[in-house]
Write a protein that binds this ligand. Sequence first.
Ligand code: ADP
Ligand code: TRP
Length: 333
Amino acid sequence: MNKPTVVSGIRPTGYLHLGNYFGAVRNFIRMQDDFNCFFFIADIHSLTTHPTPGDLQSGVKQVLAEYLACGIDPEKSTIFIQSDVPEVTELYTFLNMNAYLGELERTTSFKDKARQQPENVNAGLLTYPVLMAADIIIHKAHFVPVGKDQEQNLEMARKFAKRFNRMYGKNIFPIPRPFTFDGKDMIKVPGLDGSGKMGKSEGNAINLYDDPREIRKKVMRAVTDSGPNEMNQEKPEAIQNLFTLMEIVSKPETAEHFNELYNKCEIRYGDMKKQLAEDIVSYTAPIRDRIIEILEDQDYLAKVAKMGAEKARESAAKTLNEVKNLIGFKKLF
Ligand code: ADP
Ligand code: TRP
């Protein structure tokens, strides 16, 4: 029984938010039975923004607990911490030899980060997509479940995999593809501040770990306008975002109900926000309870990380061996 392989990871830079959940983690959970899954915590990637050792450690623990609380099952999937698998940094070094300055500089995520942190435009930021490619291809992944914002990084991974195969004349790496259910587009969860996506660095995130009061407060603060004044009027971005979020977390008939009210110019945004907040709370409250419970169980967290590291290393070492042979490293002694 040969299941296709899946790899994905998230940087431990804070709490997981609804964008992370609906863009990535929910797909992880749905894939566990039918795919050979590797889900990890990208702690090496997070060093590009220079976390303190304390923040790094608590971030890793938080994301591990959140993965488990969301329903990633360590018996079905390999859950691991990136830095526990040193093979990946070795492959990253090899891939760097065939990654070119021009293409790395043109990546939007690099340009964005360089703009956000002009005082810290480090080489790790530049080669971020190379490390990401190593994460993916070291397990010979076929699919990568990520949100829309990772599309270009994934495109780079495909490019590096193809380049390596071509250079060494062997299809050692499958070409990884983005994964979405039903062939739908990669998802982008909007923020509630009027424009753009929900994100940690955007400061507009609703976290799985937020308590219900915090969630209600955040949703009630969402940007709206004075309301439509013509029947069936097109929605401005801020309003569309509210509807998009409702379509993601609420029952279809709830979103439809408010859509009808909008079209009839009878919508009251306050009512819509209250409903949206309650629907988010019912989604997140059980997850939040489990996060709290799991965070208290150090032994369990340690056990999961250890088991994941062993499984991931075994898979990574196998590929790395093949890679080194292809490159021409021979054992002389
Ligand atoms: P952030 O943008 O908050 O820093 P990350 O970049 O760490 O989040 O993203 C981790 C995962 O969550 C990636 O797969 C990413 O595509 C997904 N993701 C993050 N924000 C969103 C969003 N608003 N919509 C859809 N997916 C998202
Ligand atoms: N770049 C991803 C993000 O910011 C995290 C990541 C690192 C990743 N390596 C990966 C995602 C490999 C998927 C596969 O969200």
